[in-house]
Design a protein around this ligand. Structure first.
Ligand SMILES: NC(=O)c1ccc[n+]([C@@H]2O[C@H](COP(=O)([O-])OP(=O)(O)OC[C@H]3O[C@@H](n4cnc5c(N)ncnc54)[C@H](OP(=O)(O)O)[C@@H]3O)[C@@H](O)[C@H]2O)c1
Length: 212
């Protein structure tokens, strides 16, 4: 599968590293494909580099690893993503009343708002629930971290579930895209533990099954 990672920041870098050797063709969509940071990442991971719109145009699956604050403009600049699987890693984080919070509230979600910008894309909300270090390392952990997905397209979720499995996660289907309203607050649970309660960034949620 040809995968575009749009945004070569913390998450984009972690996923490019995690996908090294996966057999997928990875292109990083970055604003500065000629820049030293992107060039180093490409040399390290074997990913190719392109401007964001060109990367997305050539991919079947597009991973959005952008800050929420710039997402509407950055996604708008990608062009028509009709029919493509779009993995939404983004959490709509910001300061609300002096605290880090979901700026869109709890009666909608970043995933649903993204679907409004990309009505013909097959959006799957996932890879938003743990830190980038876990995304890079999930395949090397002693237990598979759980990774929930939410989306309206069953075939897209099956494809993303295979990708999550290859990354080392145990994928669990949370339901339709409105369930992004559950998954974005779940990210806040992780952030609260990691950053505000001293647990650090090297942990993840796991599912414990008492019956198969
Ligand atoms: N960091 C985590 O552990 C983590 C975990 C789960 C989810 N998330 C979510 O994933 C998303 C990405 O997080 P991140 O930590 O990877 O962010 P980041 O390190 O700031 O990287 C975001 C990237 O987006 C690209 N970008 C495109 N247009 C931009 C603009 N106008 N301003 C700034 N950057 C722009 C940049 O890549 P280029 O310079 O290559 O274009 C930038 O490096 C966020 O929505 C975050 O909430 C993060």
């Amino acid at each position: 599968m040809r995968i575009a990672i749009v945004g070569g920041g913390t998450v984009g870098t972690a996923l490019a590293r995690a996908l090294k050797g996966s057999g997928h063709g990875v292109v990083i969509g970055t604003r500065e494909p000629e820049g030293p940071r992107a060039q180093r990442l490409a040399a390290e991971t074997g990913a190719s580099l392109a401007a964001p719109a060109a990367a997305a145009a050539g991919a079947e699956t597009v991973i959005l690893a952008l800050p929420w604050a710039v997402a509407q403009d950055a996604v708008g600049a990608l062009g028509d993503l009709a029919g493509k699987i779009v993995i939404d890693c983004m959490n709509p984080l910001g300061m609300v009343g002096g605290s880090l919070a979901l700026t869109v509230g709890h009666m909608t979600s970043g995933g649903e708002i993204l679907a409004g910008w990309l009505p013909r894309a097959r959006i799957v909300k996932t890879l938003n629930q743990v830190g980038a270090e876990i995304m890079a390392d999930a395949a090397r952990l002693p237990q598979r971290p759980v990774m929930f997905m939410a989306g309206d397209d069953a075939a897209a979720k099956e494809s993303v579930a295979r990708l999550l499995t290859a990354l080392g996660f145990e994928p669990l289907d949370a339901g339709d895209l409105t369930k992004a309203r559950l998954l974005e607050p779940l990210a806040m649970v992780w952030i609260n533990q990691a950053l505000l309660r001293g647990k650090g960034r090297h942990w993840a949620f796991a599912a414990f099954h008492t019956r198969s």
